[in-house]
Design a protein around this ligand. Structure first.
Ligand code: DUC
Ligand code: ZN
Length: 473
């Protein structure tokens, strides 16, 4: 069963020279090797557009490097990641991209792209934007928080980048949290001796996110910009996005498995600090709103914000919630988790899963239809997925370079059986069998907003949205 963003149907796929050469109702012509996928689904490879391999933070560096992280990605059905350059004040965007490519090239097991991070805005930086877009780096990431780390940009800087980027058909991604507000709330909590992990959530209540999302949208409208909100987590912020769509202005939003599956009560349990991520985990009500947002099209993408730390690394900051390295592992587990909790439990159709995890990211980030599609001419990036298999997540059995999984003990229905990248099998039955360095850097095309207004074609979600069988047409 071939499952794309548009439809599910039975067919055979023929692959030649790393690309899909044929899709037919009957047997494909003379093949050197035949893979039997009877009873299984074939999905386009998952595209995770938000990962942080080897990201240095105040007390620790995220513990997957480009080698381990992309091997784990392959085992999880991910064939493309988009990570970030690490921009520092006083340096050029181009230099930071060069450095990051040096860290990744020759080590990545899946194809990859880079978003250009911008932590300082001036004329020289703005002048780099058109050059980068021309060279295939078409998306730029800005932070409205993280002042202490020197990453926060102010509203003037955000406006300027939105404007310049839209002029050359690029896309601006924002981490939308009000930095000064959350710093104030954090100080107040610390002064009151409130240092436990749950206060991470209290220091960043939904107002911190909603205000920043609304402000970013406001600035984007003023600048005629192209805005993509990373890791959206609350019903209030989602309403801001939906109101903007209803008003006829486009804005794109992603969420992540942790915000769909977990809630803030984990901060109260033993090892609560291990779950610290930014934004924080939210309420069960928010989780429901996010699933609905995905089904109705307000949220276009599921990425992971993969940023793993070991338990030992997390413990480095354990005495104070704001010191704990923030981030969660996720690149390897996203597909089975979203299948189980999204499709099998009826929040999404199988086609909506493929849209959010493969086709939409490919369209938004300039990779479609080479990636994100199963069409003649597309790269043969695909997953053979067995929707019947059950397994229980255990950090020990995963390939990510951490001893912690936020989903430890979760039972999944549906497993990745095989991952193929440009015609080559890179993982099979949870074993990596690709090679580091086979992954290629992707020069991406410009952003085309008219091809990405997914919410306008979405049907309103109904109780029949999902189900184990998916949608066959
Ligand atoms: N959030 C995280 O949890 N980790 C890395 C960066 C981010 O924004
Ligand atoms: Zn992130």
């Amino acid at each position: 069963m071939i499952v794309t963003a548009e439809k599910s149907y039975r067919a055979e796929i023929g692959i030649k020279d790393g690309r899909i050469a044929q899709i037919s109702g009957g047997q494909v012509s003379a093949a050197a090797q035949v893979l039997d996928a009877e009873g299984k689904w074939i999905l386009p490879g998952i595209i995770d557009v938000h990962t942080h391999m080897e990201l240095p933070m105040e007390l620790a560096t995220s513990c997957d490097d480009f080698t381990t992280g992309t091997r784990a990605a392959a085992c999880g059905g991910v064939t493309t990641i988009i990570d970030f350059s690490l921009h520092r004040k006083g340096t050029s965007l181009e230099a930071s991209l060069r450095d990051r490519r040096r860290a990744a090239d020759g080590r990545v097991a899946v194809d990859y792209g880079l978003h250009a991070e911008i932590v300082e805005v001036n004329e020289a930086i703005l002048d780099e934007i058109p050059r980068l877009v021309r060279d295939g780096v078409t998306s730029f990431k800005l932070y409205m928080a993280y002042r202490r780390d020197g990453r926060m940009v102010d509203d003037g800087g955000l406006y300027a980048v939105l404007k310049r980027t839209a002029e050359v058909s690029g896309l601006v991604m924002v981490h939308a949290e009000n930095g000064p507000l959350l710093e104030h709330l954090t100080e107040q909590l610390l002064m009151d001796g409130k240092v436990a992990p749950i206060f991470h959530a209290r220091s960043r209540p939904h107002q911190v996110e909603e205000e920043a999302v609304r402000r970013a949208i406001y600035l984007s409208r003023f600048a005629h910009g192209h805005l993509y909100i990373v890791h959206l987590t609350t019903s209030q912020a989602l309403s801001a996005v939906q109101e903007t769509h209803d008003g006829g202005f486009p804005v794109w939003a992603e969420t992540c498995p942790q915000y769909l599956l977990l809630d803030e009560t984990v901060y109260l349990g033993e090892g609560g600090g291990d779950f610290i991520a930014t934004p924080p985990l939210r309420s069960p009500k928010d989780r429901e709103a996010l699933w609905l947002g995905l089904a109705q099209g307000g949220i276009s993408v599921i990425s992971t914000d993969h940023c793993p730390f070991t338990k030992e690394q997390k413990r480095l900051g354990m005495e104070r919630f704001d010191r704990i390295p923030n981030g969660l592992p996720g690149v390897e587990t996203s597909l089975p988790l979203i299948y189980t909790h999204g499709v099998y439990q009826g929040h999404l159709t199988a086609n909506q899963l493929v849209a959010a995890m493969s086709a939409n990211p490919a369209k938004i980030f300039g990779l479609y239809p080479a990636k994100g599609a199963l069409e003649v001419g597309s790269d043969a990036d695909l997953v053979i997925f067995d929707p019947q298999v059950e397994f229980t997540i255990s950090a020990k059995a995963l390939h990510m370079n951490t001893d912690f999984s936020p989903y430890q003990g979760f039972t999944c229905r549906g497993a990745v059986q095989l991952t193929m990248l440009r015609g080559r099998i890179i993982a099979q039955n949870s074993q990596f069998c690709g090679s580091s360095g086979y992954g290629q850097f992707l020069h991406r095309r410009i952003f085309e907003p008219d091809n990405c207004q997914f919410w306008s074609t979405h049907e309103k979600a109904s109780s029949s949205a999902g189900g184990p069988a998916g949608q066959e047409d």
